[in-house]
Design a protein around this ligand. Structure first.
Ligand code: ADP
Ligand code: MG
Length: 301
């Protein structure tokens, strides 16, 4: 097969590994810098041009679209879909996963366990917003944050009010969430491919920190997940419409709670910790499930 990897940088670990794994299985792998691709959307025959030539003959496309290029990246992916190329994750599902409010609404509608969560922009009654999520301690998050930045633990209602006021001043959308203390500063990353969790790892925050992000000094280790956690991760990916997803779960007293579902999950940590050939499993998934004109959403909805 001829497989495109949409990625800004061929040297990134995940991009390199996907190229290696595809080549090892006899495929032609082409890395396409998402922002450099351009297209004619008004023609009868949808095309993408790259380095002065039309892209042709692709069987599948693996989107590795960073959060900062979601909008343009999804447009390029949608154009591949219109050309009938098989997308590992569909553009609609990726766009959905990048909107935290929309994602959590979808997951809750389908009965997936979530921390009690409120959303707000300029709440006219901050005390009521705090009560709505059962009071302090609570976690406040800015919506566009990543790598744990913009995630604050407020031990008291007074602290929470000040932080909410500060974010209101910055005109930020925020999420106010029940603090899952019993998770003990740890979360579980489940790597889902198709209808399986193919690898899982635990991330533990450094002492004195509640955020387990590796960028915040957290450490990763192997973990055996429960059947309920496995089911939750698979269902969460399915609700989002993602074939490949990193589902982050908190262990609470009342079962697994989904924190977020990532549509371009990093592969370095999980391959290193578990020793699994995640890239190879993704290529095999494409071999088994790929084919022309299979995009379900056709870029709509
Ligand atoms: P980001 O998208 O920046 O990674 P997250 O929502 O994943 O933000 O939060 C960062 C980390 O903070 C999580 O990995 C988790 O360890 C911790 N955390 C987030 N929300 C909660 C919560 N409601 N209860 C307990 N810990 C949380
Ligand atoms: Mg996170």
């Amino acid at each position: 097969m001829k497989i495109a990897v949409l990625s800004r940088n061929p040297r990134l670990y995940s991009t390199r590994r996907l190229v290696e794994a595809g080549q090892a299985r006899g495929h032609e792998m082409v890395v396409i810098d998402t922002l450099r691709a351009y297209m004619n959307i008004a023609s009868h025959k949808p095309q993408i041009h790259y380095r002065g030539k039309p892209l042709e003959g692709f069987d599948a496309v693996i989107p590795r679209i960073g959060a900062s290029v979601t909008f343009y990246g999804c447009a390029v992916l949608r154009q591949f879909e219109m050309m009938g190329v098989f997308p590992l994750n569909e553009s609609v599902a990726i766009a959905r996963s990048r909107d935290k409010l929309r994602s959590l609404q979808l997951l809750s509608r389908r009965g997936i366990g979530l921390p009690v969560t409120g959303f707000a922009h300029s709440p006219d009654d901050i005390a009521d917003l705090i009560d709505m999520v059962n009071g302090a301690p609570l976690v406040i998050k800015v919506l566009e944050g990543t790598q744990g930045i913009g995630v604050v633990l407020c031990e008291t209602a007074t602290a929470a009010e000040s932080v909410i006021e500060a974010f209101m001043g910055l005109k930020q959308d925020i999420m106010v969430q029940e603090y899952i203390k019993e998770a003990g500063g740890a979360d579980i990353r489940c790597f889902v491919v198709g209808d399986k969790v193919i690898a899982a790892m635990k991330r533990q925050a450094k002492p004195g920190e509640f955020r387990s992000n590796l960028h915040r000094g957290g450490s990763a280790s192997l973990i055996k997940i429960t059947p309920e956690e496995r089911m939750t991760a698979i269902r969460a990916a399915k609700v989002m419409g993602l074939s490949v997803a990193g589902v982050d779960i908190l262990r609470s007293n009342h079962g697994p709670l989904v924190m977020e579902v990532n549509s371009s999950p990093g592969m370095e940590g999980i391959e290193t910790i578990t020793g699994k050939d995640v890239a190879g499993i993704i290529i095999q998934y494409i071999e088994k499930n790929g084919g022309p004109h299979l995009t379900r959403t056709k870029g709509k909805g």
